[in-house]
Design a protein around this ligand. Structure first.
Ligand code: FAD
Length: 544
């Protein structure tokens, strides 16, 4: 940080509000503040707008949303909070406690999401910044099977023109950018906020570095908003803050934890730092295509299993991605290893032929000739040998793991057992195919033909294929803790005047939970709206 009194001359730019980052968090804050008359400048570090939001499927999960209200369907507040508390803090959840067992700030944050989500949606829609429609394809919450989820359908919405299509995130960002331009928001790419300017303890501006090598000092009379995403692409922060062997993720590469670095210097209180929006990720795709890669939200197909380096299945392969990735952090006190990192997903030729679908990180390739992440073999022995060679090549990226000497024998046993489950239609070990969410994904991308459409014995007489998965992140969800207006708090719980944080740049009150498709963007636009409204209000003090 630099002291305002020690810097010479006038500022390069003078505005009311500086927003760092142009994803949903930054843009929702910016348009609301601008609509209330503030002069807003959005600074984006990358060469294009939108951040990870642009890569997203643009699902937006808001309880008690407009569509439910219009249909006269009551989405009870306590029910919603119970569901969010249950999935966010499974070990703390207590339905009889006034905060449901959560820390007060988390409870307050979730409550604000419920209370203001529909209003945020309405306000952004009014400004032409957000166009949502209720999901019509049977979309169901990831944890629809929990008794605390009283309304598993209806809270999920999509960007209206794409309805969950691959272009959803781009359309969502286009809408935000157009709305911002209509409100005279100044939008600049290749401008990275690197420091803050302070006047008597209050943040009054930022220092910016441009891609062209310029250095700018910008005055923000009302506030500076950190909406810079998480720290997925900062290896040191991942190591120091996350509690699993996460190797990286599919957030945009410019999300390197700048909000944590900038706010820490000002004494910010950091919270939820050990959590991410998690998902399994194909190791080789992450290494080769760090910008384009997606987490494997789905691994499609019935004749498919995931095993660890000991050849054993360790979880339901079709579990929701945020929950599945956590299984890979399991630690063995005897071997002192993360035994489920990496996981090896194996499928047969029937899956290769039928579920070659290039959506949401499905590893079964559409173009097998160029699928460098797929390992194939004509026999099981050939496949096993090839997997082990690939692990050796990947070295540190897979924790220096190799297959156990009895891997082939264990795998055969695993596949035999799995074949028995498929014949019965019941996965007695991990209950694959039993939840409504799994059935929804399966029916969306094509059911198998067996008793249980998600189970089939792998055909080991034909060609077999595999890929190597590690725990990855859509992005992290820890950062500076804020109040409900997005104002950053210090380690004493007091406000750091002039400093705000929103989205994955801030501490999420959601703990480890991921409620459903849109479970990150719903809260993000709600908190952006609340911060924008406060920044535009006359309660806020203005620096001369
Ligand atoms: C493939 C994929 C699909 C997803 N689908 C969904 C979905 O359908 N629904 C859902 O709810 N969530 C989804 N997510 C997650 C969701 O995209 C993110 O949680 C959300 O977009 C985060 O928004 P944000 O504004 O906080 O961060 P981002 O959108 O990542 O924006 C942060 C921006 O800050 C910029 N930045 C970083 N540092 C600086 C700096 N110092 N100065 C200036 N700018 C800086 C970055 O370049 C970036 O553009 C998906 C994620 C992925 C990867």
């Amino acid at each position: 940080m630099i002291e305002a009194s020690e810097r010479p001359g006038p500022y390069d730019v003078d505005v009311d509000v500086v927003v760092a980052g142009s994803g949903a968090a930054g843009m929702s804050t910016a348009v609301i503040a601008a609509s209330l008359g503030r002069k807003v400048l959005v600074l984006e570090r990358a060469s294009r707008f939108g951040g990870t939001t642009r890569k997203s499927a643009a699902g937006v999960w808001i309880p008690n949303n407009r569509f439910l209200q219009e249909k006269g369907i009551e989405d009870n507040k306590l029910d919603v909070l119970k569901y969010l508390a249950r999935i966010g803090r499974p070990a703390m959840y207590d339905p009889d406690s006034p905060t449901l067992g959560l820390d007060q700030w988390e409870y307050d944050g979730l409550e604000a999401f419920y209370d203001h989500g529909a209003r945020a949606h309405a306000a952004l829609e009014e400004l032409d910044a957000l166009h949502l429609a209720q999901a019509t394809n049977g979309l169901i919450d990831y944890l629809a099977h929990l008794p605390e989820n009283k309304m598993p359908e209806g809270r999920g919405m999509y960007q209206a023109a794409s309805m969950g299509g691959a272009d959803g995130g781009q359309l969502l960002i286009d809408d935000f950018v157009n709305a911002a331009r209509n409100l005279q928001v100044d939008l600049r790419t290749e401008h990275r906020v690197v420091d803050t300017i302070i006047d008597r303890g209050r943040v009054v501006g930022v220092v910016v570095e441009t891609a062209a090598g310029e250095r700018l000092e910008i005055h923000a009379r009302v506030g500076v908003v950190l909406a810079t995403g998480g720290f997925t692409h900062n290896a040191e922060m991942r190591l120091n803050f996350l509690d699993g062997p996460y190797i990286g993720g599919c957030a945009v590469p410019t999300n390197t934890g700048d909000s944590v670095a900038i706010a820490s210097e000002l004494g910010a209180q950091l919270s939820n730092m050990n959590q991410g929006w998690a998902g399994p990720i194909v190791v080789e795709r992450l290494l080769k295509e760090p910008t384009e890669v997606f987490c494997s939200f789905y691994t499609l197909g019935d004749g498919l299993v995931s095993v660890n380096c000991g050849g054993k299945r360790v979880a339901n392969e079709k579990a929701p991605y945020n929950e599945l990735a956590r299984v890979m952090a399991a630690y063995d006190p005897r071997t002192l290893r993360y035994e489920n990192f990496p996981l090896i997903t194996i499928w047969d030729q029937q899956v290769a032929d039928r579920w070659a679908i290039d959506r949401l990180g499905n590893p079964v390739p559409v173009d097998p000739d160029n699928a460098y992440w797929v390992i194939s073999g004509d026999t099981l022995e050939e496949l096993v040998h090839a997997i082990d060679e690939r692990l050796a090549e990947l070295g540190s990226h897979v924790g220096h793991r190799r297959l156990e000497p009895d891997f082939a024998a264990q795998l055969k046993e695993t596949l035999n057992r799995f074949a028995g489950f498929a014949a019965d239609g019941v996965d007695a070990d991990f209950h694959r195919g039993e939840t409504r969410f799994e059935r929804y994904v399966s029916s969306r991308f094509g059911d198998g033909d067996g008793k249980n459409p998600l189970l089939r014995a792998l055909d080991t007489d034909g060609r077999l294929h595999a890929t190597i998965l590690a725990p990855g992140l859509l992005d992290t969800k820890g950062g500076p803790r804020t109040d409900l207006q997005g104002r950053v708090l210090n380690t004493r719980g007091e406000r750091i005047e002039g400093l705000y944080a929103i989205g994955n740049a801030a501490a999420s009150p959601s703990g480890q939970g991921y409620a459903g498709a849109g479970g990150t963007l719903g809260p993000i636009v709600t908190y952006g709206y609340l911060a924008g409204r406060y920044l535009g209000s006359d309660q806020v003090s203005v620096h001369p």
